[in-house]
Design a protein around this ligand. Structure first.
Ligand SMILES: NC(=O)c1ccc[n+]([C@@H]2O[C@H](COP(=O)([O-])OP(=O)(O)OC[C@H]3O[C@@H](n4cnc5c(N)ncnc54)[C@H](O)[C@@H]3O)[C@@H](O)[C@H]2O)c1
Length: 358
């Protein structure tokens, strides 16, 4: 078992272990005390782990409720959010009570946003059940929902009271979802280098506890330095500008993880061509994603990607902060004028697909 403490606007523990769920109530007790608990989950995760948790909470003397919605990104919307708020109100949840987010990043973002806004904020415990949620979304306090105009457009920063990660739950995770989560693990390995990077060359599952802990440590350090993403936290967006663009272009046929992999590999090639890093560093980045079964290139054209990325960011500014790779373990922020996008992206595309659409 591993335990870390995050000291942001709220201070909380992240507990990581194999088979923690049956003992979850003992970890939850100091937070929930004798209050009521609403478990928020999706219809894939709840039948696997939610019912048992609810029974254990009830046996502990807590009033336990459950709110379950259809799994998948499409549920991360305003309609489900309002239904959840109404559910909390109808269950007479008070300021002393707790929301438990049991699931992947979609559940965590939705439950976190509802907890942050219901009665101006009640406690939330994150219980991540996907690799992505364990290494990324459950830590750091970003919560929110998607709007018709785009992903994560409504949300707040709101830190949980506890993160409880039982990675044995990954046993039931679809292998493609596990691979998608690996994209964020590799991203952290590129940002931080060191031991995490080394571990990426070996088998993942036997080293899962250490790998999750190292990821949480990296995220914790960045969040503690810049909770509200004024600067350093932007480093965590490595590969995401291009990634979001190809994800949108594919109408979400490419998963978030696959898109981040493509975005990071294009970034690495751009950096090598610009002399920001060596070709050897770019090759290493690409090798890491290949090793874990993630895509490293796209057939979309530089124009398509640039136009989509510009649309995504239009509401902000003419300059977009990109994360440049100087070396494994050394990335920097760089403001790029939108006008330079297409040219730069073309540097990141393989020779044979320049200008071609897929
Ligand atoms: N808040 C943040 O800082 C942050 C960071 C990164 C991503 N995100 C968000 O996270 C979301 C993606 O998260 P995700 O990849 O976990 O997606 P997800 O929550 O949709 O989970 C993926 C799929 O796996 C299923 N699943 C989850 N755990 C399972 C388990 N143990 N066994 C069987 N099935 C399981 C889910 O039901 C779903 O079908 C996106 O909405 C993204 O915007 C948020």
């Amino acid at each position: 078992m591993e335990k870390l403490t995050v000291r942001a606007s709220g201070s909380y523990d992240v507990v990581i272990g194999d088979g923690l769920l049956p003992d979850a109530v003992s970890y939850l007790s100091p937070i929930i005390r004798n209050g009521a608990v609403t478990i928020v989950s999706d219809d894939k995760v709840y039948p696997l782990y939610g019912d048992a948790l609810k029974r254990r909470l009830a046996a502990n003397g807590n009033k336990a409720y459950s709110f379950v919605f259809p799994n998948g990104e499409r549920s991360k919307n305003a309609d489900v959010y309002i239904r959840l708020l109404n559910f909390l109100a109808e269950s007479a949840m008070s300021r002393a009570d707790t929301v438990v987010a049991l699931g992947g990043g979609v559940v965590g973002d939705m439950a976190g946003f509802a907890a942050a806004t219901y009665m101006r904020g009640i406690k939330v415990v994150q219980m991540p059940t996907s690799l992505l949620a364990a290494v990324d979304s459950s830590v750091g306090g970003k919560t929110g929902i998607d709007l018709k105009a785009g992903k994560n457009l409504a949300g707040v920063f709101y830190q949980p009271s506890l993160v409880l990660c039982d990675y044995r739950t990954f046993d039931t995770l679809d292998p493609a979802e596990f691979t998608g989560g690996m994209a964020e693990v590799i991203k952290h390995g590129i940002l931080a280098g060191g031991e995490l990077r080394e571990l990426l060359y070996g088998p993942i599952k036997p080293n899962l506890e250490k790998i999750i802990r190292l990821n949480v440590q990296i995220k914790r350090d960045v969040v503690e330095a810049d909770e509200r993403e004024a600067g350093a936290r932007k480093l965590l967006n490595l590969g995401h500008t291009i990634g979001h663009a190809v994800e949108t272009l594919s109408s979400y046929a490419l998963s978030h993880g696959q898109s981040v992999a493509i975005g990071t590999c294009l970034t690495a090639r751009i950096c090598a061509k610009q002399g920001v890093c060596s070709q050897a560093v770019a090759d290493e980045v690409i090798k890491l994603f290949t090793l874990h079964g993630l895509p490293t290139e796209t057939m979309y054209s530089a124009k398509e990607i640039a136009d989509t990325a510009r649309l995504d960011k239009k509401r902000k500014t003419e300059l977009i902060t990109w994360v440049w790779i100087e070396d494994l373990g050394r990335c920097v922020l760089k403001d790029i004028p939108m006008d330079d996008y297409e040219h730069l992206i073309s540097l990141g595309l393989q020779q044979d697909n320049k200008g071609k659409a897929s």
